[in-house]
Design a protein around this ligand. Structure first.
Ligand SMILES: [Zn+2]
Length: 356
């Protein structure tokens, strides 16, 4: 079995990690983080599960990481991502597992964000011989397929020089992820929610000669968690794309690296089915947001006075030990660690870390 050095993996090691997951029939959760609390919790969860993991930032998450109060919002989106990546490069190795660093949806308006992160990545590469991030995502699924693939080719060209990988999106993931996309319209014609295999083949033909890439294909998946019955997942759509590329180019089984967006709230059987069709990454955000917030709500509910008074107005009890932010933030971190054990189980990655 492949063995890699623990810590952030990029370049050929990243490719090895992806192919090992696909060959082993498992996938890794990609968890959106917004600060050191959530990032450290993901590292802890992965270490506990002995699984590798993908840490990613949306543009809003990156901005929050730098500080919502930073005057230049665009700069905050760039430097917040850089800061999170540097944090992970410094600490991930200590957790004894492999970590992929990635950024989430960037639509047409956010192409400059990706390009600015690449400029930072190139400076880092010059110094350290490896890029800051393992991969970035470009989500131009709302544009024409021509524009989408031309831009992806242009950006991948630049990324390939550092051994970076690009995630593209074909077809539209329903719902909204941090300002990209729109809220799910349950009455709309949802045919766009299913990726066309012809588009995937076109992407494969264009991008394969340039570098390593993955495809967020839509098979009815949506961002967010909705009432049961409102979302109809059709994982067999993924198989159709794999089969078409395999047949056209006479490749091995599952030639495409597929990404499952909107993993929160998904049916476990359909997760397993999607993974069998070459999904190596499943995004999870909504469920880990709830897992982080729920214990804080519980803690405040159990100790309401500590959040109103420093000292009890009746009996003089000091509440410092309860309003110390570490108390409820630790409970929140543990919430993420616990929820992610379920994700590692669902995706079959528990105990499969390739870190040696
Ligand atoms: Zn997404």
């Amino acid at each position: 079995m492949a063995q890699l050095k623990p810590g952030v993996v990029t370049g050929d090691d990243y490719k090895t990690l992806v192919s090992t997951a696909k060959a082993g029939g498992y996938a890794l959760p990609a968890v959106n983080v917004t600060g050191t609390n959530t990032l450290n919790a993901v590292l802890e969860a992965a270490a506990q599960a002995k699984s590798d993991v993908i840490i990613q930032l949306s543009n809003g998450g990156a901005q929050f990481y730098a500080g919502q109060g930073m005057a230049d919002g665009f700069k905050a989106k760039v430097l917040g991502a850089v800061s999170a990546a540097q944090h992970a490069h410094l600490l991930a190795e200590q957790y004894g597992i492999c970590v992929v660093l990635h950024t989430d949806h960037a639509n047409k308006k956010l192409i400059p964000w990706v390009e600015a992160m690449l400029t930072e990545g190139e400076m880092y590469y010059e110094k350290h011989g490896k890029p800051l991030f393992s991969s970035h995502m470009l989500d131009l699924s709302e544009e024409t397929i021509e524009f989408n693939l031309n831009e992806c080719a242009r950006i991948l060209e630049r990324m390939s020089k550092m051994g970076m990988s690009l995630e593209i999106e074909l077809g539209v993931t329903g719902g909204e992820e941090d300002g990209v996309g729109s809220d799910l319209d349950e009455s709309a014609d949802n045919s766009k929610l299913y990726t066309q295999p012809e588009d995937v083949l076109q992407a494969y033909d264009k991008l394969t000669p340039i570098g390593h890439f993955s495809v967020a294909a839509s098979f009815g998946n949506v961002h967010g968690v909705y009432k049961p019955g409102n979302v109809k997942l059709r994982p067999e759509i993924l198989k159709k794309s794999q089969d078409m590329v395999q047949k056209t180019h006479n490749t091995e089984k599952n030639p495409l690296n597929l990404v499952f967006h909107g993993g929160s709230g998904s049916d476990k059987g359909q997760i397993t089915e999607a993974v069998s069709y070459g999904v190596f990454k499943m995004n999870i955000d909504t469920d880990t947001q709830f897992a982080f917030s729920q214990p804080i709500g519980k803690f405040v509910g159990e100790h309401p006075k500590a959040f109103e008074y420093q000292i009890d107005p009746e009996d003089g009890t000091p509440y410092k030990k309860l309003y110390d932010p570490r108390k409820y933030l630790r409970a929140a971190e543990v919430g993420i660690v616990t929820r992610l054990q379920e994700a590692f189980d669902d995706l079959g990655s528990k105990g499969k870390s390739v870190a040696g």
